[in-house]
Design a protein around this ligand. Structure first.
Ligand code: GUN
Length: 295
């Protein structure tokens, strides 16, 4: 059996079409233009390409966007001042500070400084708390995108054994929280594995749905999963450079061998990646509607 490919490119395209129409309607009926600012500190190549893609996508959907590129030696104080400025800016409904930040800046302090009503990443503790309680909030973009992929591909999650690899604040922890809730793409039984897990293979082999977010290229091989597993591969690992200078990417799962055993699998690239950016746009539209009393 060869797995069905869950194309993030295709699902993201469908959601973007819905969002573009929503943005047009917001403008026409309510004179509201959703606004997003992306802030990048330093020149990490992966971060530069993510932030550029975020601004480009915003523009394509009719969302007003600003991109602020700050040098790597920007002080924490300067960054906090910039965030305070955008917290007050009426044109801006969403603020995104690209992570990771340089070592001399306290990430927690920066994320806490963002107005929770503009926290379109869903990283502020107010939004994290609301998410855990199942209240309306900004959901973190990558887990939110994965829920959409599962739902729109018709994957049954209710009662499923979901095994998540990686306990990051951006993916693993929120993913576990969301999939155990009584909600669409939820109601699952969750196991979260991490670097101290005693026997990770025991868990991966019994997973109905395996979500890998560890950042180790091709870590999961065919003998570590069961027949019919659904694979969501969050890893985006640079494993080389093509002759034209483009990064060659690999996921956390060995795609070629595992796709022969899985029922569904996400590719890298073209899987979770495009969904993350799209959900950021969805959150920005949500932020604009909330700020203008339309939600
Ligand atoms: N770095 C890697 N993923 C993300 C994300 O979803 N948001 C931000 N702000 N930084 C990231």
């Amino acid at each position: 059996m060869s797995a069905k490919i869950i194309s993030g490119v295709e699902i993201a395209k469908a959601i973007r079409k819905e969002l573009k129409e929503e943005v047009e309607e917001l403008k026409a009926k309510h004179d509201v233009v959703p606004g997003l600012v992306t802030i990048l500190v330093g020149e990490d190549p992966a971060s530069v390409s993510y932030v550029t893609a975020k601004s480009k996508t915003a523009h394509a959907l009719g969302i007003y966007s600003e991109q602020v590129d700050m040098p790597g030696d920007t002080s924490e104080k300067e960054l906090l001042e910039l965030i305070h400025k955008f917290n007050k800016d009426k044109k801006i409904h969403g603020i995104l500070v690209q992570l990771p930040l340089p070592k001399h800046i306290d990430e927690g302090k920066v994320l806490y400084a963002i107005d929770p009503d503009k926290d379109v990443d869903g990283f502020h503790p107010v939004n994290v708390g609301k998410m855990v309680l199942g209240e309306r909030c900004f959901l973190p973009c990558t887990p939110h995108g994965i829920l959409q992929m599962l739902q729109r591909s018709g994957v049954e999650t209710s009662g499923a054994e979901v095994v998540i690899l990686g306990r990051s604040n951006i993916v693993g922890k929120p993913m576990a929280n969301l999939m155990l809730q009584k909600r669409a793409a939820g109601n699952a039984t969750i196991t979260l594995c991490h670097t101290r897990t005693k026997d990770t293979d025991f868990h991966t082999r019994r997973a109905d749905i395996l979500i890998a977010a560890v950042g180790v290229p091709n870590l999961i091989k065919a003998d570590q999963v069961k027949d019919g597993v659904v694979i969501i591969d969050v890893g985006v690992n640079r494993v080389g450079m093509s002759e034209s200078g483009k990064a060659i990417l690999a996921g956390d799962v060995e795609f070629e061998s595992v796709k022969e055993k899985a029922s569904f699998i996400t590719p890298v690239p073209g899987g979770v990646g495009p969904m993350t950016i799209t959900m950021l746009m969805k959150n920005t539209v949500q932020a604009a509607k909330q700020a203008t009393g339309l939600l």
